[in-house]
Design a protein around this ligand. Structure first.
Ligand code: SAM
Length: 259
């Protein structure tokens, strides 16, 4: 079943990857009974709506080997875990404010034997503010030095699915990207409307639209909006607006699927 759906969307799986996806689906579904990690509760749904939906970006975006990729608001590991299974040559960091979800990812990483995925529990706005040198953060706010990525000038890519509106995501992603780095937002049919809200955010944050890719997954509209960091993010963290303080998970996974 896993191979059927992946191949339907042009993604080749060997035996090893297939068995990792089967293992991950079983683990997600069993832990979901205890911890309510996802609204998707059937095996086929997990394969299509989580795994293929996460991985299909590989048909459209060329991630060079060795790239460091931050998944903002990764929840139970989407899109980072399927991408890490598909591409062992890329380095992923999952960031989520929910300790329950990060703990799930930690156990999944060990179960699947993934050597290319790190995880951090914290709020994305705290990381973004630290990345632009905000010194007013409480010492308890963790850093991303576990992967040394910020020290080296930031991530090559950031990805995010079903977390927030695009303009808010841009404010979170820009500071943690290196110059020339790309933010890939997984969106559904609201993509164009969200893009229209981003003019000021792009200007203030030094971002530029690279591509707005449209596709269909099992009859539902999907979009990958690719945004490039073309200038350094201003150190003045007032750019990271008050909206961020209030920003919460305002786009549920259910919204992402049904919209
Ligand atoms: N990306 C996953 C997916 O597509 O299945 C999870 C989507 S879930 C609807 C949104 C996730 O974003 C939740 O796990 C939540 O804890 C996380 N989140 C929301 N606001 C956040 C923030 N400010 N910083 C870090 N994580 C956040």
């Amino acid at each position: 079943m896993v191979t059927y759906y992946f191949e339907k969307y042009g993604l080749a799986l060997g035996k090893e990857k297939e068995s990792k996806f089967n293992l991950f689906a079983d683990y997600l579904l069993s832990e979901n009974l205890k911890y309510n990690l996802t609204a998707v509760r059937d095996f086929d749904g997990v394969i299509v709506r989580h795994f293929v939906d996460s991985a299909v970006i590989l048909n459209y975006v060329d991630f060079p080997a060795g790239a460091c990729i931050l998944d903002i608001g990764s929840g139970a590991g989407f899109p980072a875990v399927p991408l890490a299974i598909m591409r062992e040559d890329l380095n992923f960091t999952c960031l989520d404010s929910s300790a329950k979800k990060i703990n799930f990812i930690k156990n999944a990483v060990s179960l699947l034997g993934l050597n290319n995925l790190d995880y951090i529990c914290g709020r994305a706005e705290d990381f973004s503010r630290r990345a632009v040198g905000d010194t007013h953060l409480a010492p308890s706010v963790p850093t991303i030095t576990s992967v040394n990525t910020l020290k080296e000038g930031g991530f090559d890519f950031a990805v995010s699915r079903a977390v927030s509106r695009l303009n808010i995501l841009c404010e979170l992603a820009a500071p943690v990207l290196k110059l020339g780095g790309i933010f890939c937002a997984y969106k559904s049919k609201a993509a164009d409307a969200e893009l229209r809200e981003c003019g000021l955010a792009f200007k203030l944050l030094g971002l530029e639209l690279v591509n707005n890719i449209k596709l269909e997954l099992e009859g539902e509209e999907r979009a990958f909006i690719l945004v490039k960091k073309v200038r350094e993010t201003p150190g003045n963290t007032r750019v990271i607006s008050r909206r961020l303080v209030r920003a919460r998970c305002d786009f549920s996974t259910a919204f992402y699927y049904s919209s």
